[in-house]
Ligand binder design. Structure first.
Ligand SMILES: *Cc1c(COP(=O)(O)O)cnc(C)c1O
Length: 314
């Protein structure tokens, strides 16, 4: 195994992020529920993409990139954080976003405006069109450029959450880890990380979109395991998935909004309507179904999303 430490990282965040008990919600749901505060990763408004970007931006830097492209929806937290990372490292971010969702100067669009980012919208549902446009723009600029896929979810970005589970294992032992799944890299990293560093933990992905996540997760886990040279056999038995998408990606759901309100009212913490609210609603549903035994410890990874909260609302 090459191990995680064989891969270059740039320092963008503040780690380790804290873990603490959700006392009121634990009492309410009759389970021991802790929260991993990856909403406090320390760049921009925080969020899970910072861990992936520490690996991806190291590769961009090593390749001498002057321009960094990425994509997502109009309120992509990932796109905003990629722009913030590029600014920090003195590279020029160019965001080519799907013209889907709230394009007004609110939420992440406001933050990108403040960072002076070149944001372009493409009226397409195909990321292939967008990656082709990145190559066209990059060639036109004539400078070395680096393309980061939607959500930073490739094998290299997935290492960020393998690393996160290594960090969690230093902070406590868990029987269940629950996380949102949007483009897959976070969940895949957590599932592979659990295999390597916390084999007793069961990993539950809460799907907030309608993509074929079982295959996506297994593929990303295998890609990351291959990078690490880890001798593990990966399959869909390594995790469970639950459909929490509701009316559609980036469209708030009743259950998700109830979870956002519960977290705010019980704990004074803010989830977002697109990812973490829906994911926590899934955790609450599992608790009510009796999926967590009283002595078991449950960890929810708060993956951020504050920008979206102010644009999408609940
Ligand atoms: C991107 C994102 C996720 C999902 O992570 P993926 O690696 O894309 O599956 C979850 N929560 C928030 C707030 C995000 O921005």
């Amino acid at each position: 195994m090459n191990g995680l430490d064989a891969f270059d990282k740039v320092s963008l965040g503040v780690f380790p992020t804290p873990i603490h008990r959700l006392h009121n919600i634990s009492r309410l749901l009759g389970a021991q529920i802790d929260i991993k505060r990856d909403d406090l990763t320390g760049l921009g408004l925080g969020g899970n993409k910072v861990r992936k970007l520490e690996y991806l931006m190291a590769q961009a830097k090593a390749q001498g990139a002057q321009v960094v492209f990425t994509t997502g929806g109009a309120q992509s937290n990932h796109a905003m954080l990629t722009a913030a990372a590029a600014r920090r490292l003195g590279m020029t971010p160019i965001l080519i976003l799907k013209k889907r969702g709230v394009t007004a100067r609110q939420g992440n669009q406001l933050l990108e405006h403040l960072m002076g980012v070149d944001v372009r919208f493409m009226d397409t549902d195909s990321y292939a069109d967008i990656y082709a446009e990145m190559d066209r723009v990059g060639a036109e600029l004539g400078v070395p450029y680096y393309k980061i896929p939607c959500g930073g979810s490739n094998a290299l970005g997935t290492l960020g959450y393998v690393d996160c589970v290594r960090e969690i294992a230093q902070q406590g032992q868990y029987d269940h880890i629950v996380v949102a799944e949007g483009s897959g890299g976070t969940m895949a990293g957590v599932a592979l990380g659990a295999k390597l560093f916390m084999p007793g933990a069961r990993v539950h992905g809460m799907m907030v979109d309608t993509d074929p996540f079982e295959q996506i997760t297994v593929d990303l886990m295998r890609g990351a395991a291959a990078l690490l040279g880890a001798q593990v056999s990966v399959s869909a038995d390594d995790f469970t998935l639950r459909d929490m998408c509701g009316p559609g990606y980036a469209i708030p759901s009743e259950e998700g909004n109830a979870a956002v309100a519960m977290m705010a009212q019980q704990e004074g913490l803010f989830l977002d309507p697109v990812y973490t609210g829906k994911a926590f609603a899934g955790l609450a549903a599992m608790a009510r179904e009796g999926a967590f035994a009283p002595q078991e410890r449950v960890l929810f990874i708060h993956t951020g999303g504050a920008g979206g909260l102010f644009a999408v609302g609940v």
